[in-house]
Design a protein around this ligand. Structure first.
Ligand code: CP
Length: 312
């Protein structure tokens, strides 16, 4: 891998190798490594972020990297500089990797062959969010011991979700069954869905799933009002206490965050016994360590030799 632009481009074997490596880091929480000591990475976030931005920074620092945080509103992009010229500028200074969140779908894919540094997609528009997808997969695998055979229901604002954009590629590759549900004006078009991915009524999705993943209503991407009120949305499409009781006894709740309490999920369910939401946040760090290590050291072959030095 030179870049991590999307789950679409990864094979099942590449995904599993990243999860294996992330698992190794997850088993050593807080460990400080010198695996990428002295190497420069830049974090460029042109859209707001809390989880992704800070877990990348923690991951980078745990790997010993020098971290440059580029505040988009203070960068020369506000003077009209393109992302390409920004990346080439950083590359000229010796920065080896750039973690980028942007509003434009597919721009990173266009730039991938034109820049010499490693690109990591930290979320591009409504297209993909591959490291969120990987941390979701790690969370499922650590909880259930497997991904193949799981029924995963992703529910809510499907049309605007880049997290769903990545899961549409990853979950079927790993042998999970993906079912979708949401308001009719927030669904994905049938032609966007891979074979085997079904859209079903909400109560069917809740009753069938091993994993109930609720998505945030992405108001910032709605050109027009798509629902009457937060309360009306919650009643019709949210994970209410009543719907929670109808989940399978072993089923878990997930949510990529940030969440709107009382809209797509009842506030009491965010930290319910069967909620893995904060586990997801914890798993963001080892996943992002594995991704950066893969890109900057050449992947699995080098991990074997770094086992001793990184003691992991
Ligand atoms: N899940 C996620 O991408 O959260 P942030 O927008 O806070 O990074």
């Amino acid at each position: 891998m030179k870049h991590l632009i999307g789950m679409k481009a990864l094979s099942r074997e590449q995904i599993e190798a990243l999860l294996d490596r992330a698992e190794a880091w997850a088993n050593r929480p807080g460990e400080q490594s010198d695996a990428l000591a002295g190497r420069f990475v830049a974090n460029l976030f042109f859209e707001p972020s809390t989880r992704t931005r800070f877990s990348f920074e923690v991951a980078e620092k745990r790997l010993g990297m020098h971290v440059l945080n580029v505040a988009a509103e203070h960068s020369s992009t506000t003077k009209g500089e393109t992302l390409y010229d920004t990346l080439r500028t950083l590359q000229a200074m010796g920065v080896e990797a750039a973690v980028v969140r942007i509003r434009e779908n597919g721009l990173l894919e266009e730039l991938a062959d034109r820049v010499g540094l490693h690109l990591v997609n930290a979320g591009d528009g409504t297209n993909e969010h591959p490291t969120q997808c990987l941390l979701d997969l790690l969370t499922m695998r650590r909880h259930f011991g497997r991904i193949a055979g799981l029924k995963v229901a992703i529910i809510g604002d499907l049309r605007h979700s880049r997290v769903l954009g990545s899961h549409l590629h990853a979950l079927p590759k790993l042998g999970a069954e993906l079912i979708l549900s949401g308001p009719p004006n927030m669904l994905r078009r049938e032609e966007e869905l891979p074979a085997g991915v079904r859209t079903v009524p909400l109560d069917d999705a809740i009753a069938a799933a091993d994993v109930v993943m609720m998505l945030r209503v992405q108001l910032e991407r709605h050109a027009d009002a798509l629902f009457d009120s937060p309360a009306a949305y919650h009643k019709a499409y949210g994970l209410t206490l009543e719907r929670y009781k109808r989940m399978k006894p072993h089923a878990v709740i997930m949510h990529p965050g940030p969440f709107n309490r009382g809209v797509e999920i009842d506030t009491d369910l965010v930290e319910a016994d069967r909620s893995l939401i904060f586990t997801q946040k914890a798993n963001g760090v080892p996943v992002r360590m594995a991704v950066l290590e893969n890109l900057l050291t050449g992947g699995e072959q080098s991990w074997a030799s770094s086992l001793q030095t990184a003691n992991c």
